[in-house]
Design a protein around this ligand. Structure first.
Ligand code: FE2
Length: 294
């Protein structure tokens, strides 16, 4: 069992890193960290970076996951190979670009690329948002799966993810006490499906709602509240069609609750995504009733 400690970063390909970085600062509100090797590094908390735009194919995405130490990385590589998943050790240069001491990459059964990283760098300088957005943490990603049952099994047996809840076949998975750090949404192709940042409170979600409207940013879901995690959310569109989410108030499943915790099954309906009645305009969240109403 490979124990993921935390989600550290997401790397997103884009034809125009400068335009993406402008969006990330002016709209999303992240802090610009650096430009290096044709990539732009940003962050939404005190870590070295949490989001990277890499010049290249907009369909090329990678998520970085922290493991405990070098021994855990070696064991993880062996465990993946034992499960028939090829592993690619990162080069020294690539590790420097990721601001980690060491890493390896693998591709999950749906075709999503992941880095397992050791000792990712923290920043000595405090995070300072590019605008008053209330973002205080990069928190989770939605990931596309081409076979939800297969990938849920992969994440819960090869990796240490636990199912917190399910909406239809889509599993919301935790790797620590936060209700979900990864959510697997059925699709016909791989990739990061949405990128979540936590904001301080409902005021930030609602300020963002009016701000996005003023700025002409397409809101694709919300404001609303997830019945699963309890989080109040707003989803909006970014460069290359990527969906970004602000949310606040996510449920924690504490260590003492782990033994007795049972995931709940929600039907694949709009009310399972939002308890207030907001309807998603996000392909992976669209339900049969949405399609019938459209
Ligand atoms: Fe989310």
């Amino acid at each position: 069992m490979i124990e993921l400690k935390d989600l550290r970063y997401v790397r997103l390909g884009t034809r125009d890193p400068d335009a993406a970085a402008e969006y990330a600062q002016k709209i999303l509100g992240l802090e610009l960290v650096r430009r290096a090797g044709g990539a732009v590094y940003l962050r939404g908390d005190d870590r070295d970076h949490t989001l990277v735009y890499v010049k290249g194919d907009p369909a090329a995405h990678a998520a970085g996951w922290e493991v405990a130490d070098a021994a855990a990385l070696d064991a993880a590589g062996a465990a993946l190979e034992a499960h028939g998943v090829p592993v690619r050790p990162g080069t020294r240069h690539e590790a420097e670009l990721r601001h980690v001491e060491d890493f390896l990459s693998f591709v999950d059964p749906s075709g999503n690329t992941h880095d397992l990283v050791v000792r990712p760098h923290h920043s000595g300088r405090r995070y300072f948002a590019a605008r008053d957005c209330g973002v205080w943490s990069f928190s989770h990603i939605g990931l596309r799966t081409t076979d939800a049952a297969r990938d849920e099994a992969f994440w819960t047996t090869v990796l240490n993810a636990r199912v917190s809840d399910r909406i239809g076949a889509a599993a919301l998975l935790r790797i620590h006490e936060v209700h979900h750090t990864i959510a697997l949404f059925p699709s016909t192709y791989p990739g990061v499906q949405h990128v979540n940042h936590q904001v301080h409170g409902v005021d930030d979600v609602m300020r963002a709602y009016y701000f996005m409207r003023e700025q002409g940013v397409r809101i694709v879901f919300g404001p609303g509240r997830h019945p699963t995690s309890g989080a109040v959310f707003l989803y909006f569109e970014g460069p290359d069609g990527m969906v970004y989410e602000y949310s606040t108030g996510v449920r924690l499943i504490k260590a003492e609750e782990e033994a007795a915790y049972r995931p709940r099954q929600f039907p694949f309906t709009a009310s399972s995504f939002c308890m207030w009645g907001s309807k998603p305009d996000i392909p992976e969240f669209r339900t049969k009733e949405d399609a019938a109403a459209a």
